[in-house]
Design a protein around this ligand. Sequence first.
Ligand code: ZN
Length: 190
Amino acid sequence: MAILNMRFLPDPILRKQAKKVAKVTPQLKKLVENMVETMHDQNGVGLAANQVGSLQKVAVIQTPDMEEPMVLINPEIMKKEGERQVEEGCLSVPGYRGLVNRSEKVRAKAMGLDGKIYRVNAEELLAQALEHEIDHLNGILYIDHLVSHESLYKITYVHDDEEFEEDEEGEEEEATEHVAEEAPTSSSDD
Ligand code: ZN
């Protein structure tokens, strides 16, 4: 297994349509394994193949309450229901988060590593991740779904810095480390 190199905006591969996978090969299984390892390394809840330089229609998702990663080969959204506004980030757009329009419920279908088609009904974070990753495979990024042009925020730690100033002498270093650890886990970057 290996951690793959991430691609970041404005890498043109992020705007390309991924190609349908014809069949599950050992190479594809290896790509999926490496994508899962890369997603875990980046503390993401999902990763699409073009984010690691491959144009195969493959994504992986693992939300905090899932024990195993979900492997999505040739995934498609079948049905969307409702609308909601959620905050979102993307591993390929580091340093930013935005308020986006997403569906409340999503039904998707995909092929698993066993070559069988399965369906998934999702809401909340899993629905958001499905829309986000399947968008990636169609060259779409979350910044295309911003509620408004002002809804993209640069991530800063101004608030946290203010808190540190109130801390006792000598605790500042420790507190800074604490934030660095917490920031990725509290995000839903994918
Ligand atoms: Zn993303």
